[in-house]
Design a protein around this ligand. Sequence first.
Ligand code: TRP
Length: 451
Amino acid sequence: MTTRTRILTGITTTGTPHLGNYAGAIRPAIVASRDSNADSFYFLADYHALIKCDDPLRIQRSRLEIAATWLAGGLDVDRVTFYRQSDIPEIPELTWLLTCVAAKGLLNRAHAYKASVDKNVETGEDPDAGITMGLYSYPVLMAADILMFNAHKVPVGRDQIQHVEMARDIGQRFNHLFGQGKEFFTMPEALIEESVATLPGLDGRKMSKSYDNTIPLFSSAKELKDAISRIVTDSRAPGEAKDPDNSHLFTLFQAFATPAQSDEFRSELLQGLGWGEAKNRLFQLLDNELGESRERYHQLIERPADLEDILQHGAKKARAVATPFLNELREAVGLRSFVAQTQVAATTKKKAAKAARFVSFREDDGSFRFRLLAADGEQLLLSRNFADGKTAGQVTKQLQSGQPLDVRKEDLSFSVWLEGECVADSPAFADSAARDAAVEALRIALTPIQE
Ligand code: TRP
C-alpha cells in the first residue's frame, strides 16, 4: 500500500517552453518529484492541445520539444510516471463515463467557455459561433486525467483552479451514483505554488507567448543573448544608480541566482553598473545555469526514437494503473461481461448469508430444536429433536462450517443430513420449483461469510 502523495499535472502541447514556463512550472515540478513522499504523474496533454490548435505539425513539434525539455531539465523517469495523454486509451474512455454524469449546467459555467460566449455576444455573433464541443467538454477530459490516477494534488496555474474543482464535483457524483458506499475517486486538490516566481518578460509584463515578450529556454546561446539585449530598461546612463526593485532585469536575475549572487548584483546596480553590462551578467548567469541542460535538450531532440521509447515506457507504467481501474469502473456502471456475473452473485450471497438466522427453542418434552429462517423470514428448516442444547448448537455450527451439504429431496420437501443422520427437514413446498429454490436459498444462507 502506498501512502505517498500522488501529484499529477498536464502540460498542453501547443508551444515551445520558454524561460517563464521553466521557472514557473517545469523546474518546481521536477524538484517536487524528487521528494520521497511524492508519487508524480506528469504528462503531455496532447488531447487538450487539439482543442486549441488544428496545426498537426505544431502539435507534433511541441510534443517533442516539451518532452525533451522536461527530460533535459532533470526529470527522472524511473521515479515519476511521464507519458503522453494520447497513449492512454483509458482516458477518453473514462471521459465518456464522466460525461454521462457531468451536469451540463456545471460546464456552462466554465470560464474558458463563458469567455468565448461573451466575446461572441459582444460582437453580435451567435453565442456559440466557433465554439467546439472540445472546448465545451475540456473540463471533463481534464477531470478524467486527474481522476484516472486518483491524484491528491494537482499543481496548476490560477486559471485552472476551476477545472480541478469541476473534477471534484464530477468525481463525487460518480462515486455517489455507482460507488455503493465505495469511493472510487479520490478528491483532488489544486496546488498553487505561491513561492514560485511568475517571471516578467522582456517588456516587464508577465512572460507569455501571447505578449510576444518571452526569453527562449533551450535555443542557442546567441538567441538567448539577443533576447536579453531586448529587455526594456530605464534610460539611466552608466554611472547613475539603478533601482533594482523596479527593474525586471533584476527580477529575472534573482529567479536563477543564489542569494549571495543577487546581493552582489544589487549593490553593483546601486553603484551605477551600466545596463549593457548588467545584461551581460544576466546572460552569463543564465548561460551557466542552462548550458548543460541545453546540450542535453539538443541531444534528445536529435534522437526522437529514444524519446519515443521513454514515453512508451511511461505509458506502460500509467496503463498498469489505468487498465484495471477502468475495468472496475466499467463493471460499476454495468458494462459487464455476460459470462462473469460473479460479482453480482457474490453480493447477493453475502446479503442472504448475513440475514439468514437460526432460532432455537425448547419443546414441552424438554428437547432442544431450532429453525433456520431465510432473510425474508421464510422457514427453510426445522430441526429434529435433540436431547440437550449443546448437541443442537453443534449441529447449527456444523451446518455453517462450509462443508458440502447433504441435502436429500423427498417429494415436495427436503431434509438435511449430517454423518448419515437426518438433522432437519424443510416444510412442504407448493411445487418442485419452489422446493428447489428453497434448497438454493439454503445453500446460500449456509455459505460462510467471507469479509
Ligand atoms: N488544462 C491544463 C492547462 O492548460 C493542462 C492540463 C490538462 C492539466 N489536463 C490536466 C493540468 C490535468 C493538470 C491536471 O494548463
